[in-house]
Design a protein around this ligand. Structure first.
Ligand code: 0WD
Ligand code: CA
Length: 401
């Protein structure tokens, strides 16, 4: 195979799913250092936002100038730390993780939502190593795209508008700060709870969960960030996923067009949470002054029906021709696409052939989804640090002896 493509209308016949189960966790601290022990006590936070505080209209832009933001480049090479964490887990278990595919949840979210995000490009690297498939972003391209987009936003907006857009981004992280506490409620002092709106906001701190899941015949290990916990963490890590919460912010919804846009966002959030078995999604809605106006709670499992039953996003009426401007989102359809992609990758790549690597690309201009061999040079570089670290390679070699 030098290149092959998967038609965008391919769907898996069945979507037999394995219930996702957590294997282990790790975390990144405020200084950007990673830690592999005690993530639960050191880094997990808990949702707590009583109605009385929401009613006060919390200002989600306050503290903007003190935002401790991780430089994009420092946030874009997550594989090294994931593989370190996997090594530690495997060392404890005395054997390697039994998965066909190992990757980040964010990558699978992007693949899964392609049918309803046809204009966003996606460029990934895929390689077989030690009998397993590893998938990563094309990080250089991703950084370049982000920089170009940043430039575009700067050039096409007034400095005031640009500042406002940045504040909107910030408001999402700020919402996380004001909606969570560092320990379960019973263990947190009143002063910590009351001083939250003044606490500084950062996007360094991250709690990461690594889970095992499967679709059809394919077993996957996915790593992803968890925002907080709903109530308490069961001791047994395999029972935790349903207690995890994804936090999001969005502008308050006032017209039909905004309903359609919100539904698209909700669909992507559903993909993100469904893939890891995260049980709850909490949206903070803000107005144009970035004041928090209300909060909505969703159970991940109820979203497919919520979208299906929304009359405002029904397909165009065949009699009147009146359209909502978009294609009706169907979560099961996206899941069948995802199942087909995973199966296709798993069947197309010889897991024991370490002589090649592949580019997996969704091209929004040609509307094509292709897998093609990379250059030898790229293959070497992916296997020597870009994805597979020396430490991980030495570890896996030692397991074979
Ligand atoms: O392959 C990946 N998904 C990558 C992961 C590529 C580059 C970096 N990373 C790192 C990031 O540190 C990321 O936070 O791994 C972490 C976990 O990855 P994930 O859970 O697979 O990522 P995803 O599901 O796309 O995003 C989860 C959260 C985001 O929350 P929202 O509510 O916006 O979905 O991770 C954060 C963000 O808070 N995040 C980032 N923050 C800053 N810069 C970035 C980024 N590039 N990507 C994700
Ligand atoms: Ca979030």
């Amino acid at each position: 195979m030098s290149s092959k493509s998967l038609p965008l209308n391919t769907r898996a016949k069945t979507t037999a799913l394995k219930q996702p189960r957590e294997l282990f966790t790790y975390y990144r601290d405020i200084n950007g250092e990673y830690h592999y022990e005690n993530a639960e006590t050191e880094a997990m936070s808990y949702y707590y936002l009583p109605d009385s505080s929401i009613d006060q209209g919390i200002d989600l832009q306050s503290g903007y100038s003190k935002f401790k933001k991780i430089p994009e480049e420092d946030n874009m090479r997550p594989f090294e730390y994931l593989l370190k964490a996997i090594k530690k887990y495997e060392l404890k278990e005395g054997k390697k993780i039994s998965s066909d595919i190992i990757t980040f949840r964010g990558i699978m979210t992007k693949i899964m939502s392609i049918p309803y995000n046809l204009s966003d490009p996606l460029d990934l690297y895929v390689l077989a190593y030690d009998g397993q498939i590893f998938i990563s972003f094309d990080i250089d391209l991703e950084i370049q795209r982000r920089n170009e987009q940043e430039e575009r936003i700067k050039l096409t907006n007034t400095p005031e508008k640009y500042q406002y857009i940045k504040k909107c981004e910030y408001s999402g992280y700020k919402f996380e700060t004001i909606a969570t506490i560092p320990k379960p409620w019973s263990q947190v002092s009143r002063s910590i709870i009351e001083s939250r709106t003044k606490k500084s906001t950062n996007n360094y701190e991250q709690y990461l969960s690594v889970i095992k899941t499967g679709i059809g015949q394919v077993k996957l290990t996915l790593a992803g960030e968890i925002d907080c916990c709903w109530d308490y963490l069961p001791d047994e890590s395999s029972k935790r996923l349903n207690h995890y919460v994804e936090l999001k912010t969005s502008r308050i919804i006032e017209n039909n067009m905004q309903v359609i846009n919100f539904e698209k966002k909700l669909f992507k959030t559903w993909c993100q949470c469904f893939l890891m078995g995260i049980g709850k999604i909490i949206y903070g809605f803000r107005d144009d002054n970035l004041l928090l106006r209300n909060v909505e709670f969703y159970n991940t499992e109820e979203i497919p029906l919520l979208i299906k039953n929304n009359p405002l996003t029904d397909p165009p009426n065949p009699k009147t021709g009146i359209s909502n401007g978009g294609r009706k989102i169907n979560c099961t359809n996206a899941l069948k696409w995802y199942g087909a992609v995973v199966e296709w990758i798993n069947n197309s790549i010889d897991k024991n052939d370490e002589s090649k690597s592949y580019r997996l690309k969704y091209d929004p201009v040609r509307k094509s989804f292709t897998l093609s061999e990379t250059s030898d040079e790229m293959n070497q570089s992916l296997r020597n640090g870009d994805i597979i670290s020396k430490e991980f390679d030495e570890w896996r070699q030692s397991l074979k002896k």
